[in-house]
Design a protein around this ligand. Structure first.
Ligand code: PLP
Length: 576
């Protein structure tokens, strides 16, 4: 049995992590009977009490609209909101507060530039450059803009470590390149791009540069003036602030020339039916009532973050990453996705033969939150020829114990999926000696003998391991069951008077569920399939622990099984 061995590595950091953790109320909660280990920080970070208080204080003390009010509350709200803008300016190192536009987040910041810069500066035949490691939000807005303007989107490749190919970037930057949009820190790989160098290269060709700083903001000090980038986008929720707010930095002279992104209140100076003039920066780009409370709390998050020693944070997070990497590198079949020389605290990996969703589900069972899937970076997954990966992403409030718990849970997950001791001596799918009700009862009895979810889960995985691989002819788009989290193929055909199902998925837990369904419904008459309700499923004790996504998938599979049987029955009856 492979159990987690703790590396002997010494942490040099002097940060008082236990004290820092006290500031984050959610870290005290339990998940599935275990203290929470939150390692999904690249998706969103947790919020310190100071941020929660800022929200509460705004709504309970001075909730009102900003900029237009003459009354006291409105002035207080305006002051607090504009003070938050100043905090963002400081955080980004921008020269002028007019260069800081509040947005909903990085996605909106990029869309704003793609639209507005595109309208003004991009024409047919121009090129926009992005990279292979971009988040979808730094791909799709450019595709839309290129389509609108007749420009071409070019993609700079990455190497096998997940680093940007700087040689290719040099080649691909030409006089036609209007703008390069590049991520500072990749959310799927952790790779840190040398933005200063990249900006210099782009500017030498006359191209402007937008930096997606979503993942850099919580990990690296940012100085937009030193980087000399033209635009820099961040999201508050990645830096310990609320969701729904972020900021876009843009060089003033560019922003002045760009047309508004959206029209409405606040972004105007004078409106008549003949002609409207725009408000000054940054309001020209902020149509409508802004997200006041979250803007103020974003400022509170930056206040909190700034009080910590940023160099110590970076060093500590690097230690966590090294320790975590060492802790799990002994796992059989592990492959790290993203091994850049310069890397932030994102640990991506796959384990040979085990679907990322299966690993994520067991980690969740142990109270460990990680992200599994494509991380909104499908081209990165395609590059590494994987459907998805597991990603553990660290923040400064994560402790060495968090990593130990993560590693132990992961070792356990791999152990559960090994399948060495699965009894394969009996063909469980040969149910010809049982009626459909007897098969259901046998499965219910079996599951009743398990004491807890862990035993039931192991049983499902064991069943999944006995499911024969899906035949190639079934792996077709038309046999995909809609509504499942993982890809599920299901095909039905008649053999004599029996309907036979062939099915399978890329996730082992789903294969286990399929194995249960096939024992009951395959090799039966169409009438038996159509007329036997799936109530037995309720008695298996799965509903509490199966995620909503999995439960929906299970329901979709049952529905499809019944639909197939009904269709085959009708076809028979009509003699076709
Ligand atoms: N870019 C990167 C690298 C990200 O990680 C994310 C979010 O995960 C985004 C952009 C999008 O950020 P948001 O959803 O906050 O707009």
């Amino acid at each position: 049995m492979s159990t987690a061995q703790k590396p002997t590595m010494e942490f040099k950091s002097s940060l008082d992590i236990a004290k820092i953790r006290e500031d984050f109320p959610v870290l005290k909660r339990e998940v599935n009977g275990h203290p929470l280990v939150y390692l999904d920080n690249a998706a969103t970070t947790q919020k310190p009490q100071a941020v929660i208080d800022a929200l509460d204080n705004y709504y309970s003390q001075y909730n009102s609209n900003v900029h237009r009010g003459i009354h006291r509350l409105s002035q207080e709200a305006t002051d607090a909101y504009e003070a938050a803008r100043e905090k963002v300016r400081l955080f980004l190192g921008a020269r002028d507060i007019k260069e800081v536009i509040f947005t909903r987040g990085v996605t909106e910041g990029i869309n704003l530039v793609a639209f507005s810069f595109g309208e003004k500066f991009v024409s047919e035949g121009d090129e926009i450059l992005i990279t292979e490691m971009e988040h979808h939000s730094n791909i799709v807005p450019w595709q839309l803009m290129c389509e609108r303007k007749g420009a071409t989107l070019q993609v700079v490749p990455i190497n096998e470590r997940g680093e940007l190919r700087m040689d290719k970037l040099e080649e691909m930057l030409t006089e036609r390149t209007k703008l390069l949009s590049v991520v500072h820190v990749s959310n799927a790989l952790g790779s840190v791009n040398p933005i200063g160098e990249i900006v210099e290269m782009a500017h030498a060709k006359g191209a402007k540069v937008l930096v997606d700083g979503a993942q850099a903001a919580p990990h690296l000090p940012i100085d937009v003036q030193a980087l000399d980038c033209d635009f820099y986008a961040i999201s508050s929720h990645k830096v310990f602030g609320p969701t729904g707010i972020g900021a876009l930095y843009g060089k003033r002279e560019l922003l002045e020339e760009m047309p508004p992104y959206q029209g409405g209140g606040d972004m105007i100076e004078l409106v008549s039916f003949e002609r409207t003039t725009w408000n000054e920066l940054p309001y020209k780009f902020e149509a409508g009532t802004p997200n006041i409370a979250d803007g103020i709390a974003f400022g509170a998050a930056l206040d909190y973050f700034r009080k910590l020693d940023s160099k110590a944070l970076v060093d500590y997070e690097n230690e966590l990453l090294t320790y975590a990497t060492e802790s799990i590198s002994d796992l059989p079949g592990i492959r790290f996705i993203g091994t850049a020389e310069n890397k932030a605290s994102v640990l991506g990996f796959v384990v040979d033969g085990i679907h990322a969703h299966d690993l994520g589900a067991i980690l969740d069972m142990e109270g460990v939150a990680v992200r599994v899937g494509h991380h909104c970076a499908q081209p990165v997954m395609r590059h590494f020829e994987i459907p998805g990966s597991v990603r553990a992403s660290f923040a400064f409030y994560n402790s060495r114990e968090d990593v130990d718990r993560f590693s132990a849970a992961l070792h356990k997950a791999v152990e559960i999926h090994k399948g060495d001791d699965v009894a394969k001596d009996r063909d469980i799918f040969d149910t010809s000696a049982e009626t459909i009700q007897e098969t259901q009862q046998r499965i219910v009895d079996k599951f009743s003998s398990y004491d807890n979810w862990e035993e039931r889960y192991q049983a499902i995985i064991d069943l999944g391991q006995q499911l024969p691989p899906v035949p190639e002819e079934v792996k077709q788009e038309k046999f995909i069951v809609r509504g499942c989290q993982s890809t599920v193929y299901l095909k039905a055909e008649m053999e004599g008077d029996r309907v036979m199902f062939k099915a399978g998925s890329n996730a082992m837990i789903v294969n286990g569920l399929i194995a249960i369904l096939l024992q009951v419904y395959s090799n039966r008459t169409t009438d038996e399939v159509v007329n036997t309700p799936p109530e037995f499923i309720q008695k298996l004790g799965l509903s509490e622990n199966l995620t909503q996504g999995r439960a929906n998938g299970l329901a979709a599979m049952i529905e499809q099984i019944k639909l197939y049987a009904y269709a085959l029955k009708m076809t028979r009856q009509s003699g076709r």
